[in-house]
Design a protein around this ligand. Structure first.
Ligand code: CP3
Length: 343
């Protein structure tokens, strides 16, 4: 059974008011029930690869807040892991991988990919049968550029200098890496949709560090290829693109990649967001620190988004993932304000 609620209506271009709401990283450390379960699990990856646990964590924020969409609990880095790269999540450090060299690219092994990811597909299947019909189930993956930055640096960096340098010094190896990632990530999304995902989001969290030419080559073209592949199999399933930090390069991104909806970070001005919304749905874009601060800062942030973007197709969301310090009461206050607002 597929979902039929306001999330899919908004993604299909309808101006729903009040708009559907969900939050990037809505399952995670700001929730006491997540922290509790995380303590009992054998590490973060164990949560991702054990359907019982991944289903439970995905449902936690839905039970508490009744968001209009659930996002599969997993991580963008399960793709390099499934390609044979090592991966660990260290407390307080985030993901750690062995940095990749040019010669490693040819050794990436996708032969066991779908077997490795089978627990993820099982999680999606169970979720779709457990969620209410009005709640959309979102699948996701990282965009090739963003996933490549972690594979090459072996960790998060503030500016992705190691990967930019790699891309310029070893253009052939880098192009080959992006191609592998685009191919397997498209297959991964197709399988998530086969298993019951109602829409998918492609996270390009690091697209804001590139110049115009490289943005086109490393962000736009691989995502366009992925969208083309997904559409061949699932022509009607909405795809949300999130090229975080793209700035003025947000203009044209929807048209060039073919994504259905555009995820906006909070630095996108409303004047630009409205122009983008004239061509289709937008998602976003509350500053996560307004949510941490609460009170007037939060109310003002919510009101601005609703008044500026509430007349067109909008999915209310944060401009990036919720941070662990966020008070739970503020999430409820945000929801009450969005849902209680009259046009
Ligand atoms: O949104 C959701 O609730 C679904 C789950 C989800 C996670 N990661 C769980 C997670 C999603 C959609 C992601 C995406 C993701 N992962 C991105 C793109 C979005 C973004 O925030 O930019 C990126 C870049 C990653 C890679 C990653 N995973 C990093 C850099 C980190 C460390 C920083 C951090 O937030 O801890 C992770 C770990 C991670 N992924 C956690 C969770 C709940 C925390 C792990 C823990 O419990 O210790």
């Amino acid at each position: 059974m597929t979902a039929s609620g306001i999330m899919l209506r908004a993604l299909n271009g309808e101006a729903v008011f009040p708009p559907p709401v969900w939050m990037m990283r809505q399952a995670g450390r700001y929730l006491p029930e997540y922290r509790e379960l995380r303590k009992r699990a054998n590490g973060f990856l164990d949560l991702c690869y054990t359907p019982d646990l991944a289903v439970e964590v995905t449902l936690q924020p839905i039970r508490r807040f009744e968001f209009d969409a659930a996002i599969l609990f997993s991580d963008i880095l399960v793709i390099p892991h499934a390609l044979g790269r090592d991966l660990a999540f260290e407390e307080g450090r985030g993901p750690v991988m062995t940095p990749m060299t040019g010669t490693d690219v040819a050794r990436l092994d996708g032969s066991g990919l779908h077997q490795h990811l089978a627990p993820v597909y099982e999680t999606v299947r169970r979720l779709r049968s457990e969620l209410p019909v009005e709640t959309a189930l979102l699948g996701f993956c990282g965009a090739p550029w963003t996933v490549a930055t972690y594979m090459i640096a072996g960790r998060g960096t503030p500016d992705q200098a190691p990967t930019r340098l790699f891309a310029y010094r070893e253009p052939a190896a880098f192009a080959a890496l992006l191609k592998v990632l685009a191919d397997v990530s498209a297959d991964y999304l197709i399988r998530q949709i086969d298993a019951g995902a109602d829409a998918v989001q492609i996270f390009d969290s690091w697209s804001g560090v590139l110049d115009e030419v490289s943005f086109q080559r490393f962000c736009v073209e691989p995502v366009a290829e992925m969208v083309r592949k997904v559409r061949q199999v699932h022509p009607d399933v909405p795809v949300i693109g999130f090229p975080k930090g793209a700035g003025s390069l947000y203009m044209g991104y929807r048209e060039k990649t073919g994504v259905t909806a555009l995820g906006l970070d909070w630095s996108v001005p409303f004047s630009q967001a409205k122009q983008l919304q004239a061509n289709g749905p937008v998602q976003g874009n509350l500053d996560t620190m307004r949510l941490v601060a609460g009170g007037r800062a939060l109310d003002e942030g919510v009101d601005m988004i609703l008044s500026q973007l509430g007349n067109g197709p909008l999915v209310f969301n944060l401009g990036h993932g919720i941070v662990p310090e966020t008070p739970i009461d503020h999430v409820q206050a945000m929801l009450d304000r969005v849902r209680g607002t009259k046009r």
